[in-house]
Design a protein. Structure first.
Length: 767
């Protein structure tokens, strides 16, 4: 919704509630709301968006859970900002900015001020007084909600003075800290929406909303296999939209959620009670209507004659959303033509060719910055977790950049960081408008001096990586001189650009990874995300699943869709274990492990009802990146415990049928256990603790184990496998080196003997 539309709604709110009630659209019959004309607009509860530092975080960040810390405004970096969005189906009726701040005790009162801007409009001015200097202060500023649009930026600017004459803007005494307790309180009010699919996926997913997506899915009863597959594909579609926000899909049977939009699956024969009066459909149908009891909450109806129609309708949404319009659309046909290739997920960096930075940008002007000290420019690199870089000497990056020239050669530089680790810097030369560097990202970097050689650990490339470019200018300011004269220089802002045609090359590397690796599953959906449409994945579910198990299924596929950026259109599902035995596919199990597989020695943890067991290694290591030897992983004991407390378990192991296939099982012993498992997968901190072959999730947190045998997935030539094996066993490597030296010595000795005999024979013949 544009700013003009939101302003018109705000004006209508001020006129009268009755006027708005008359403007509210009526839902399609026969599910008319009761007394819709008399229903006032419900007020959405206040949501708090706390302030957070911008410079040390991404330019676009989740305001609901920002990184810890405070925002510091300084003389050379006097501005900071927070950004937030407003959903298209809500309007802000009240906005209150609460600032906790501490100014430097060296500032001059009254001459120093803090300016507050909303979308580059000055909305308030805070004068620093003498009694505030060096102390914690709090002030509340009311912001006119009429000027809040879809996307908004609150900018804070410090005007700091420490002397009446000859000031140096870079003086360290010019500062003001904005506390992390600062917040922006918004009162949001719902707007009546038309039933119009042309704005889809709004209002079910709104890109302006930085909170995790929560979208309930409703069935008439426990869904059968095809209905679960249709819902799973739709969940992966919404996950591909939510991406970094996170997503959950609570499942309800024969009831609607309270004060939430929802998706409802219904066939002509199986419908929730609140849709019983709707006429039957003749084609796969997608419909948007208001909820019976709440005209301000919408339902996305997925309708069909049978389960096959539901699948067609969902595929039509995933592949043809641009054609949806009106309150009802029918899907005539969906043809999946060319199959996708491995590792071509839209969210991943290309590994078949060089990737330009333009392909990696997420928003406009991401590769530009300006200011006295320009903010860092950051790029995110999502890589397949099985990219084999162990023996790679480096990753080539062609870096092209432009910048405003410093006045003199004063040490200004461009510093390049990977995952907060310094890599390289380049001087910013005067009288120069740009530069071009062929940068070699070191995977193993060495430092040498005259006395010793020090090996620095490899710059680790994980699943999610951040490249950061810092343009650090050494600004020169002139103050007072020896003869008493005072010369001042007006600070000039700098402009820096990383060119779109800069590129990075991950092509030519093989795919090879040690498994089981629950970290690869938790952070990248691997191995199921190897194909973005999950073409070689089989999900095993229970014949009669509970709502918690279906929720876990939808959350799992929604998470994989968020990581790949593509819906799981080719995922296969089954409730028959015998089908898995003949399917050359990676298996994802939801609910339980089949009885004839529970005694497999590759499985290191199991939970069923109140009884559970676990294998413990000889030497538990709680760090995910520490190398573990086979002796440390060896199973030392197996313990079985019965308990009433909730427990969730994630187990990874090799498929018993195909050596190159993997199995991940999501298990829980109770509804609360399923909640713990789902919450752990959505929480970034707990997700980072998931690794190894088994993760135990309790009320106290997540504990992971690397226990039992490992196996490798992917392909390496035999000589690279041999070298990789020897690289992790230095004793064997030394023995092999000795053997090779002896062999070469023996060959050289035999060669010399042959040459000597031939020379002697020639001399004998001459005589």
């Amino acid at each position: 919704m544009t700013m003009t539309k939101k302003l018109s709604w705000f004006t209508a709110l001020l006129l009268s509630t009755a006027t708005l009630a008359q403007a509210a659209p009526q839902p399609a019959a026969p599910i008319a709301p009761q007394a819709a004309a008399q229903s006032p607009l419900p007020v959405v509860s206040d949501q708090t968006l706390p302030g957070a530092p911008l410079r040390d975080s991404q330019l676009l960040f989740n305001l609901v859970a920002p990184p810890p810390g405070s925002m510091t405004l300084r003389g050379t970096g006097p501005t900071g900002q927070i950004e937030f969005g407003v959903r298209s189906d809500e309007v802000v009726t009240r906005a209150l900015l609460t600032l906790n701040y501490r100014p430097s005790p060296a500032l001059i009162p009254t001459l120093s001020q803090l300016k507050v801007y909303l979308n580059d409009e000055l909305v308030s001015l805070i004068t620093i007084t003498a009694d505030q200097l060096g102390k914690e202060n709090q002030t509340q500023l009311a912001i006119d909600p009429r000027f809040i649009t879809d996307f908004n930026r609150v900018r804070l600017e410090l005007v700091g003075h420490y002397a009446n004459v000859c000031e140096n803007p870079a003086n360290s005494t010019i500062w003001l800290d904005i506390g992390k307790e600062s917040k922006l309180d918004l009162t949001l009010q719902k707007l009546p929406l038309k039933n119009d699919l042309s704005h889809f996926p709004e209002p079910f997913f709104d890109s302006r909303d930085s909170r995790p997506l929560q979208l309930p899915m409703v069935f008439s009863a426990a869904p059968d296999l095809q209905q679960q597959r249709a819902a799973a594909i739709l969940a992966s579609y919404f996950g591909s939209k939510a991406q970094w926000r996170g997503q959950t899909f609570p499942v309800l049977y024969n009831q609607l959620p309270k004060e939430q939009h929802a998706v409802v699956f219904a066939t002509n024969d199986q419908r929730p009670d609140f849709l019983k009066e709707m006429p039957p459909v003749q084609k796969p149908t997608v419909m948007m209507v208001s909820q019976p009891e709440n005209p301000y909450e919408k339902m996305l109806l997925i309708l069909g004659r049978d389960d096959k129609d539901l699948l067609t309708a969902v595929e039509g949404i995933a592949q043809g959303e641009l054609l949806l319009r009106g309150d009802t659309s029918t899907v005539d046909d969906v043809k999946l033509l060319a199959p996708r290739k491995a590792y071509d997920a839209p969210n991943w960096v290309r590994t078949d060719r060089r990737t330009t930075f333009a392909e990696l940008t997420q928003y406009q002007n991401q590769l530009q910055s300006d200011g006295l000290q320009p903010n860092p420019i950051a790029l995110t690199l999502n890589l397949p977790p099985d990219l084999f870089l162990v023996r790679a000497r480096g990753i080539d990056m062609d870096l092209i950049y432009r910048y405003t020239s410093p006045m003199q050669q004063d040490g200004s530089r461009l510093a390049v960081h990977l995952n907060n680790q310094f890599m390289q810097d380049y001087p910013l030369m005067p009288k120069d408008t740009g530069g071009k560097q062929l940068l070699h990202i070191p995977l193993i970097q060495g430092l040498q001096d005259s006395s010793r050689q020090l090996t620095i650990p490899a710059l680790r490339l994980g699943v999610v990586n951040q490249l950061r470019f810092d343009f650090d200018y050494a600004n020169t300011f002139i103050g007072g001189t020896a003869d008493g004269r005072c010369e001042t220089v007006t600070a000039v802002g700098h402009h820096v650009v990383i060119d779109d045609h800069s590129s990075i090359d991950f092509s030519g590397y093989r795919h090879y990874i040690e498994m089981p690796s629950l970290a690869a599953y938790a952070n990248a959906g691997f191995p199921y995300s190897r194909y973005a449409d999950m073409a070689q994945s089989l999900v095993l579910v229970q014949p009669k699943p509970g709502s918690n198990e279906v929720t876990t299924l939808l959350n799992a596929l929604g998470s994989i869709g968020a990581q790949t950026g593509y819906p799981a259109l080719r995922v296969q599902m089954s409730d028959d274990w015998s089908k898995a035995k003949s399917s050359d596919a990676d298996l994802l199990m939801i609910g339980s492990i089949p009885a004839d597989l529970q005694d497999d020695r590759k499985i290191n943890a199991l939970v069923e009802a109140a009884r559970s067991w676990i294998n413990m290694p000889a030497r538990p290591i709680a760090a995910p990146n520490v190398p573990v030897s086979a002796s440390d992983r060896a199973v030392e004991s197996q313990t079985t415990i019965s308990s009433r407390g909730p427990l969730g378990v994630i187990v990874g192991f090799q498929s018993p049928f195909f050596d190159q296939r993997s199995v991940v099982a999501l298990l829980a012993d109770s509804p609360r256990g399923w909640d713990l498992l789902n919450n752990a997968m959505q929480d970034s901190g707990k997700r980072a603790a998931i690794f190894g072959s088994a993760s135990i999730i309790r009320e106290s947190g997540v504990y992971s184990l690397r226990v039992g045998d490992t196996y490798f997935v992917g392909h390496l030539p035999w000589w690279e496998r041999l070298w990789n094996m020897l690289a992790t066993h230095p004793v064997w490597l030394a023995l092999c080196a000795v053997v090779v030296v002896l062999l070469f010595a023996l060959m050289a000795w035999r060669l010399m003997r042959m040459v000597s005999r031939r020379r002697l024979a020639e001399e004998y013949d001459d005589e």
